[in-house]
Design a protein around this ligand. Sequence first.
Ligand code: G4P
Length: 281
Amino acid sequence: MSKARRQVQENLKHVDLVMELVDARLPLSSRNPMLDKIIGTKPRLVIINKKDLGNELETQKWVHYFEKQGILAVKINAKEQQTVKKLTKAAKEVLADKLERAESRGIQNKAIRTMIIGIPNVGKSTLMNRLAGRKSAITGNKPGVTKGQQWLKTNEALEILDTPGILWPKFEDQTIGLKLALTGAIKDELIPKDEITIFGLDFFSKHFPNELQSRYKLGDAELSMPAVDLIVLLTKKYGFRDDYDRFYDLFIKDVRDGKLGTYTLDIVGELEDEDEIHGDD
Ligand code: G4P
């Protein structure tokens, strides 16, 4: 078992709720496929972060997708102030029964202890900073916390473990790897830029053709060209002669910077075998 996984399992014992952070542009591909197994029956809240970058309609479909699985999902922008209120409310909702039982035993306003788990770059630090705030009181030295770890107090209702759980995405799956690479979730060296660009052009021409057309001023005939031909055309159009690398860099940066608008690379209902993504490994 990896060290990261062991650490998450150890920390799990001390929390009431797991906050699983995913990227709105990749609500499935940015999940660690082992997480279900790792957290078992521990209550969970899925947080769809970077909602400002994801396509709004698709993000809403993902909220329903998780709901259908009995998991509450909320969409947020970790940089926004209102995130704190939103997540406090959602955490209370997930733990409503437990909190009610505690209250019936005379325990009022028990703080919810939670930890944030997610793949690298999904926004864990940003969210922790947002939740903990500048004036966060550190309430360490409580029983059961791994030495050196602290609880960060968000408000009266929420306490977060100061160390987020970092798990890896499953990028031995080629399409997932391409999606992660296009958003910048994994290191650029891991997948060749031409493959990322071809994947991206194909994806946008299928799902977000208007954005592709308007960004690169493409006519209808150009839009339906195979991606490799489009690359040749646009490389010339930009005056890069036959320096295709320059076009790959430009396109990938455009996508990441939102120059092609908001987008979601995981499309609900289109993932041929969702079980495969979450299956055993
Ligand atoms: P991590 O701890 O999970 O590894 O992720 P981290 O918080 O470092 O966030 C990774 C990048 O994602 C950061 O950008 C951060 O600002 C950005 N980010 C986090 N949440 C959101 C969000 O809701 N919306 C948007 N648009 N961006 C978000 P960066 O460019 O690496 O750093 P920075 O220069 O922005 O600080």
